[in-house]
Design a protein around this ligand. Structure first.
Ligand code: ADE
Ligand code: ZN
Length: 334
């Protein structure tokens, strides 16, 4: 018997497609593209996934992405994600991608976006999973580089719905990206940003006030600032929380110490997401099930988390109604 947590239809809003690159696929693509990996085997690579902080992880994540070179590589990557989360009852996903990780080593913007777009289309047609793409700027690079990246992506404007901000947070506050986010706003793109993962609450304020974001990715450090919590609650700014990521990157020592229950008690629109599941040991159901066990979440709280993600998504009202009906059906059978 599958549990309610497993059966629940899900919306994933914080997922780096490059972070779904499983070691097996990394080796297969390395072979296909003649890339030599600095690991002898899949097991040796997995054994290296022991991170002290975000930067430790990012070093491996950017290295792994080197095997992605051709349009079909990006297609295979995203298709593997969709087929995997189909088993977890994900019905809608908003995928982050990091173009600079690829364009800076000579891969064309169109190669990345067209490969991912083809997988999104197939997921819709064959798996009934709706999806969209969000282009993330790397915050360890310059504000000008972010602007240029967005300009380079505008010929593919119809294929992505928003922009985000990721990579090393501490020391890279959001304000440097004001121009890129203003340009995105003028293009009618949605805006989100990682903030308050390792960085302080000030970075969440900065994402809201300087970048005009509609959602905060992570945001778990907001509880250190009561005024900020008030604002996030009053404006219903969603937080895309990633519990297993937070424990793997030592934001919390143990899942039982995660502040997700307190975020919900504060009336925040918190959601559960997997971030970089190939690196953090779990896709959506792993996150839901392990949170339920470690934090003692009730079925009602799990349902609230699923409904928060529907509310926080960038789909239209008709699709939101379909997703809500799907959650309702699963709850009736609980
Ligand atoms: N890029 C991929 N995963 C990330 C995370 N958790 N934080 C910042 N940048 C990322
Ligand atoms: Zn992330």
């Amino acid at each position: 018997m599958t549990s309610f947590a497993e059966r629940l239809p899900k919306v994933e809003l914080h997922l780096h497609i490059e972070g779904t690159l499983e070691p097996e696929l990394m080796f297969a693509l390395a072979d296909r593209n003649g890339v030599t990996l600095p690991y002898a085997s899949v097991d040796a690579l997995r054994a290296a996934y022991d991170f002290g902080n975000l930067q430790d992880f990012l070093d491996l994540y950017y290295q792994g992405a080197n095997v992605l070179q051709k349009q079909e590589d990006f297609f295979d990557l995203a298709w593997a994600y969709f087929t995997r989360v189909h088993r977890d009852n994900v019905e809608h996903a908003e995928l982050f991608f990091d173009p600079q990780t690829h364009t800076d080593r000579g891969v064309a913007m169109g190669t990345v976006i067209e490969g991912l777009t083809a997988a999104c289309k197939k997921a819709d047609e064959e798996l009934n999973i709706s999806s969209s793409l969000i282009l993330c700027f790397l915050r360890h690079l310059s504000g000008d580089a972010a602007v240029q990246t967005l300009r380079d992506a505008l010929p593919y404007r119809e294929h992505f719905i928003g922009v985000g901000l990721d990579s090393a947070e501490v020391g890279n506050p959001p304000e440097r990206f004001t121009e890129a986010f203003d340009l995105a706003g003028a293009e009618g793109l949605h805006r989100v940003a990682h903030a308050g993962e390792e960085g302080p609450p000030e970075y969440i304020w900065g994402a809201l006030d300087a970048l005009h974001v509609e959602r905060i990715d992570h945001g778990v450090r907001c509880l250190e600032d009561a005024k900020l919590v008030q604002r996030l609650a009053a404006e219903r700014i969603p937080l895309t929380v990633c519990p297993l990521s937070n424990t793997k990157l030592r934001v919390f020592d143990d899942l039982s110490q995660h502040n997700l229950p307190r975020l919900l008690e504060a009336g925040l629109c918190a959601t559960i997401n997997s971030d970089d599941p190939a690196y953090f040991g779990g896709y959506m159901n792993d996150n839901f099930v392990q949170c339920q066990q470690a934090l003692g979440l009730s079925d009602a709280q799990l349902r609230l988390l699923a409904e928060n993600a529907i509310e926080a998504s960038f789909v239209d009202d008709a699709r939101k109604a379909q997703l809500r009906a799907s959650v309702q059906r699963a709850s009736e059978g609980a």
